[in-house]
Design a protein around this ligand. Structure first.
Ligand code: FES
Length: 104
């Protein structure tokens, strides 16, 4: 499956992401440095904040812990906000579009 990341400069990057990989990990693996992911996906940093512009399928529920971290993002959260380390790729999410905020 594929995921598209819209970077702060407006450029779009579409990546092939293996099932089971988080969208934070996929970005870092592919050198998209706009996503920091400082804590490695353990819900401790909020530097993987993204806005979900288009979700082809249902996203995982926001856990209480993710919800609390979303209150600490550098760019204010919106209804579309998620932590990209908590979105795990699957065939159901093929074609998902994330926008990366200006500030992590
Ligand atoms: Fe730290 Fe997602 S990578 S909360």
């Amino acid at each position: 499956p594929k995921a598209t990341y819209i970077l702060p400069d407006g450029s779009k990057n579409t990546l092939a992401v293996p099932n089971g990989q988080s969208l934070m990990e996929a970005a870092i693996h592919n050198g998209l440095t706009a996503i920091l992911g400082e804590c490695g996906g353990s819900l401790a940093c909020a530097t993987c904040h993204c806005f979900v512009e288009d979700a082809p399928g249902p996203l995982p529920e926001i856990s209480d812990h993710e919800d609390a971290m979303l209150d600490m993002t550098a760019t204010d959260r919106t209804e579309q906000s998620r932590l990209s380390c908590q979105i795990i790729m699957s065939d159901a999410l093929d074609g998902i579009v994330l926008r990366v905020p200006d500030e992590m």
